[in-house]
Design a protein around this ligand. Structure first.
Ligand SMILES: NC(=[NH2+])NCCC[C@H](N)C(=O)O
Length: 573
């Protein structure tokens, strides 16, 4: 089923309004908005009609409400608004059955993006350099955005565009001779240390710096020995990165890098020369475009003949278009690179590439204060290790106190640690900066990943205690205000997935899940000391079955949403 319960009701309401007003439904639909929950579910404001009808809005609303008959909706005028409320039936059943039928695919819509292709450039760390906060965010955001598009039926081509070309290899190569430990040649963290040390040294010692440049020049000239070493370092780093990706359940369609475009850049520059034109400026080659005031030109080649990040991105954009014929090409990269992408896309436009406007920079803000006990973060692995370690403590305590049963505390801590870090990031608007706080993200309470994982596990636990999911239930028994409120939250996932994909904004899904968990928690705890009894009512099997069905739909919604975010969903915690 491809339309959500919500959008079906909205369409029916709009259709009825349009009929009564004698206008096309397509004109009305955008004007049907969510209502103030106290007054209904859908709302249509009559102000815009007042002038033509020469009547006061409340009178128009009253008259319209009178005239409308929509199955499943209770329509009422509230002041100048025509409001509609979902009647408990069949609404409740439609939502619950829809969720349970879809299972983990709830929220997905394979028809939506059918036949369309999106390229998503994400993670894209630099080989043999410390990882930055931006690599962490792009990894989480990109993974989630890829999941969202897959859920909507798009063909997703995820590209991990490694920073695997540049002077840093010269620094590592030359640095290794001086500070490298032979036995750690295949240790990614060690290479990063060597890089950091060599980089510092290069700043102090011009001769050392020149040696590093010389090494990179050899690479650019294709020197076999230099390339062999380059390849070794690249493989070592890549192995390290792959370990983290496996840990996070991330699987890229393509892992490639800037080096792919080595030797292909002259062709690109030639192409640019034909359209916007290239010119020389102080020995460097730049794109000859009319630049806005204060806007720097796009550098294609430095005066020493080496090519640049932008040149490689131009080649990569063309290559991706040729290979994937994309409908969209996303770059999930920090806000700091906004100018870079503006220039790259603008250059593509000037080159006459008709697909240039399908390229989108998806920027994000900074993380402040992310460091581990070992100090500044150089690898994502360290962050995940520390999260796990912090959580493990608590898991062990809970097991010792008999509050938790698990045969593998380590594995559970890994899952919760991952949930803490990933959710701690994705709950923030992509564009905003945030300050990272260990206690906050790993807490079991509040707006956290572990809280959601716990809500999921708790619903799974209630189902287990209740003897599993009921096959038959009577939806007319779910009339409590908390039950109706919960159903309304569950209803939102499909539309939220679409909005999140359209806006490249995983936080919309993250926040919906918090709302679902909060609604379930209110339901579960309301008015009962023995909490399980709220669902597992004694002496009334019919009510119990209905409440278990709703619990099942809640568990599925949480599991589906967390999975989209890239967060594991342990059954017990
Ligand atoms: N096509 C791109 N430029 N992707 C982003 C690459 C990010 C780059 N490696 C960095 O760490 O800053």
């Amino acid at each position: 089923m491809s339309t959500s319960v919500y959008s079906r009701y909205r369409a029916a309401f709009a259709q009825a309004l349009a009929g009564a007003l004698g206008v096309p439904a397509a004109d009305i639909e955008p004007q049907v908005k969510p209502a103030d929950p106290a007054h209904g579910d859908l709302s249509f404001a009559t102000f815009p009609l007042a002038k033509a009808q020469k009547k006061a809005p409340p009178a128009i609303a009253a008259q319209l409400a009178q005239a409308l008959q929509v199955p499943g909706l209770e329509v009422k005028a509230v002041g100048p608004y025509v409001n509609a409320r979902f009647l408990p039936l069949p609404f409740t059943q439609e939502v619950i059955d829809g969720v349970r039928l879809a299972g983990l695919a709830y929220g997905s819509d394979a028809e939506d993006g059918k036949g369309k292709t999106v390229v998503i450039d994400y993670s894209s760390p630099n080989i043999a350099k410390p990882i930055g906060f931006h690599h962490i965010r792009t990894t989480f955001l990109g993974h989630c955005i890829a999941n969202l598009y897959r859920a909507l039926g798009w063909r997703v081509e995820g590209v991990n565009y490694l920073g695997d070309w540049g002077k840093q290899f010269g620094l590592v190569a030359v640095g290794f001779q001086e500070f490298g430990k032979e036995e750690l040649r295949e240790d990614m963290a060690h290479l990063v240390q060597v890089y950091v040390q060599a980089n510092k040294r290069a700043g102090e010692d011009p001769a050392f710096d020149e040696k590093a440049r010389e090494f990179f020049r050899r690479m650019e000239a294709g020197d076999a020995e230099a390339m062999k070493l380059w390849n070794q370092f690249r493989e070592t780093s890549l192995k390290g990165f792959k370990r983290v990706y496996a840990r996070m359940g991330i699987d890229f369609e393509h892992i490639e890098g800037e080096s792919r475009y080595q030797g292909k850049m002259d062709a690109v520059i030639e192409q640019i020369a034909k359209k916007p034109g290239v010119k020389e400026s102080q020995g460097a080659i730049i794109v000859d475009m009319p630049y806005a005031d204060g806007e720097p030109p796009v550098l294609l080649k430095k005066n020493d003949g080496s090519t640049l990040y932008a040149t490689r991105d131009l080649a990569a954009a063309e290559d991706r278009h040729a290979r994937f014929n994309f409908d969209k090409s996303l770059y999930v990269v920090a806000q700091d690179q906004a100018l870079h992408f503006r220039q790259v896309f603008r250059t593509l436009t000037e080159m006459g590439q008709p697909w240039a406007d399908k390229c989108v920079h998806v920027p994000f803000g900074r993380i402040h204060g992310m460091s581990t006990r070992k100090g500044q973060v150089v690898e994502l692995d360290q962050v995940l290790d520390e999260a796990k370690e912090r959580v493990l403590q608590r898991v062990k305590e809970n097991v010792a106190q008999g509050n938790l049963e698990t045969t593998d505390a380590e594995a559970l801590a890994e899952q919760i640690g991952l949930g803490a870090i990933v959710f701690g990031d994705l709950k923030h608007n992509r564009a905003s900066d945030y300050t990272f706080d260990w206690d906050e993200v790993t807490s079991l309470e509040g707006h956290t990943g572990p809280y959601l994982q716990y809500a999921h596990a708790r619903s799974a636990n209630v189902l287990r205690k209740g003897g599993g999911v009921p096959s038959a239930y009577d939806p007319s028994l779910l009339t409590l205000p908390e039950e109706q409120a919960l159903v309304r939250e569950l209803m939102r996932l499909p539309d939220t997935v679409k909005a999140a994909a359209e806006q490249y904004e995983p936080s919309l899904v993250a926040r919906l899940l918090l709302d679902v968990a909060a609604a379930y928690s209110r339901y579960y705890t309301a008015g009962n000391k023995d909490r399980d009894k709220r669902i597992l009512v004694e002496g009334n099997d019919a009510v119990r079955a209905a409440r278990l069905a709703l619990t099942d739909a809640t568990r599925i919604t949480l599991a589906a949403g967390l999975t989209l975010l890239g967060i594991p969903t342990p059954e017990n915690m």
